[in-house]
Design a binder for this molecule. Sequence first.
Ligand code: N01
Length: 887
Amino acid sequence: MPEAMVASSASEATSGGTTQQVDVAVVGAGFAGLYLLHRLRKAGFTALVLEEAGDVGGTWYWNRYPGARCDIQTIDYSYTFDPELESAWKWSEKYATQPEILRYLGFVADRYDLRRDIRFGTRITQATWDQAAERWLLTTDTGASVSCRSYIMATGCLSAPKPPEIDGVKDFKGEVYFTGRWPHDEVKLAGKRVAVIGTGSSGIQSIPLIAEQAAHLTVFQRTPNFALPAHNGAAPADRAALLEGDRAGYREQARWSLAGVPWPQQMAVSWQLSDAERRERFEKAWAAGDLVYILTQLWADQAVDVDGNALLAELIREKIRAIVKDPEMAAALSPHDHPFGAKRPCLNRPNVTLVNLRQEPIRSITASGIKTDKRNFDVETIVFATGFDAMTGAIMAVHPITGRDGKSLSDVWAHGPQTYLGLTVAGFPNLFMITGPGSPSVLSNMAVSIEQHADWVVDRLIAMREAGFTTIEASETAQAGWGRHMADCSTLTLHRLANTWYTGANVPGKAWGVMPYTGGVGPYRSICNEVVNGGMLGFRLTGPNVAEQCNDGEIVRLQPDVRLVLNMLADMKLPPIESFGSQGARDFVAQFNASRPVGRPVGEVVDGTLQGTDGPLRYRLYRPATPGPHPIVVYFHGGGWVLGDEQSDDPFCRDMCRRTGMIFVSVDYRHAPEHRFPTAAEDGYAAMRWIAEHASELGGKPGPVMVAGWSAGGNIAAVTCQLARDRGGPQISGQLLVCPVTDCTFDRPSYSDNATGYFLTRSLMYWFWDLYCSPDDRTDPRVSPLRGNVENLPPAFVVTCEFDPLRDEGVAYAQALAAAGVPVEQLNARGQFHSSFTMVDVVITGVSGRVQMAEALRRFAGLPPERKHGDEGVRPGPTASPHEIAA
Ligand code: N01
């Protein structure tokens, strides 16, 4: 049906039997649905909102249990699309109560006259895509159906309460309430024996208020949760002043921030701070009572590193011990099984008698109360604060959704939600989700995310109308790519280490996976913009009078942190490094390295000199904190034979020393252009010999050493192995080659695929080669080890990165070693660039690669594997895995 006809019939509200025609139907009249309706109308679309509840409010309509409030400061948890609206409404508290938020949403609905296009008390029973008409047909429980061109789920993330899944609920003779479906009439708890099951945010918010009324309250807690004081009251003066000082700037910062609230990125890492400094930061955060602040502002590694997080978690447990005087109760309330922030913490705290379900699980609910393994509790009222079938439940539970070719969304999502951008699903044309799984949603200030999503969707509908397109659908390629990117992002945070509703682990039988996008609000926004700027990358668009358009592909192929680093470098608009000249380039590298996070502590760092071929060479030795003697790894830094020194890969050496439990000796070989080929190679070999001969004096195990190197250092490590074999030793038990230079030709595809844009450029490599080695010498195996004899070399672990000009020569070297019978494993690191593995604590996704490198070195040394909890993802995830070419 033409859009004009659709429009003309749109406002004819129908009941029973007839089908209302609109451009767009929206499910849900919460924050998202209201804003969508406003924007759609302004854009000239006919729109209808279908809402099961009796009024607007969404989650704030249903969650009216005692104590319900928001946990993001209300000045941030507001619409920002209309400055007049902002000045027309004033919040009374720092964290507004549910009634006030509901009043606000009612105020918004009235101000923009939204209710006239909302059908309340209407549940959708079925949604089916009609391919011929290119429309969605919605049937409802009122009998009035709707036909729409586009169908938008504004259903919220926490709207489908989880069933109690405890035996015997039906037998209970008393009253049963769910926090997520609290009655609108007054609930009388005065003088009653009440049980609350669950101590998530809803439980913790409601328990103190229920306790005030009830004669007796028994709280059944399975998992203790981190609870923090909210210090409610007026909005803090400093935040209010920031907002009032530059409202537009403040809102814009929020849109590009990580969590949707304007706080800067913390740079200081936990191990850089003293105990006293950490405590001071923590006390400040504790006193502030701001969830986003305490989740992001203490130290840079608090949310990404198990150790950095444990320091904070212990400080909170210390508070619990100080507040709760009964040690047994304090222990029961102290979370130990999940990192702080991996479950949503609560701004409040329980203050009542507790049943620890870890010690006495609930057996069943009986007619008169709750029976655990040890006791019977007689109660008159049970409150289930047991949470939600989050993110997907709200979308799937409302009705069956059938897309193109009869595809059911439940089937497509049977093993976990698949989406493109969290906004669309392949196979479901013209279906959009607001804050769906795969978007930042619940890990962000929802108000900011909702506006971004709604704007993006409505802007696309406008653009389609202008171009004559009538359908839009995500491609399978784009969706699969987004799934990979989502999984990559999830390795950046600690959410993977907790059983929560974020991962689906709270619902028995639900597929496991981190459902919200963990890459941050700002990066997500820029990706959505890139999709548009890339010609709607990953979408197929069709229309009756226009040619089909499909610019297929993946929007993010880089690892998320690599993307951030490269974007940051691109924003700096640096001139090519080679344009600085060799000394200028060295100064630049030194300055660049000074700005990176300091390396982690090791047992000891010793600087010294060793005897090279023509005189002393500096070295830096990294010794583990464990008792020695330790195996020794001789390490050669990167820098194209021109740049760097024994300290320039300091964070990498420290990290590998800690992971392997081995001594790393980083050698300062001499550099070009002052010392050209074969100086670096000969220095490398001489240094390795000296270190092997002096192993005991250095505190190492006598016997074979190992060699390792990155980039040109990888080249020197590979060459050293060949020279040691040909010159009668010393014995080397293994070689770790990270993005090594192995050959002098530049015609492999990675040299053109990754010629620019990934920091190490093709022209920089040309420059390095020119400074180090004249064309006549380049085929010498001491600089092109791929040209040498690769038989009888030590076992190797070769690392290559997808976005590295040197990728293919690294692969070629691994293949050559394998063909010659050398035991070799190769790690092809997807989405990584040349510097990924040495940018420790900046490129966090490099951790899994370094874990594998450390394991390889331990194998070379004949040691058992030693994994650090949390590093490698205890859950299935797309960590780069070593590809064994041959053994
Ligand atoms: O739900 P939850 P919630 N037997 O899933 C326990 C938002 N929110 O409604 O952890 C016994 O967090 C379960 O135990 P365990 C906020 O984002 C915001 O409280 O699975 N116990 C847990 O203790 C929040 O994160 C505000 O071991 C059972 C609890 O029930 C999200 O909503 C306020 C059980 C469920 O906790 C969800 O919070 C409220 C069983 N069979 C909510 N099943 C604001 O302040 C579950 N539990 C804005």
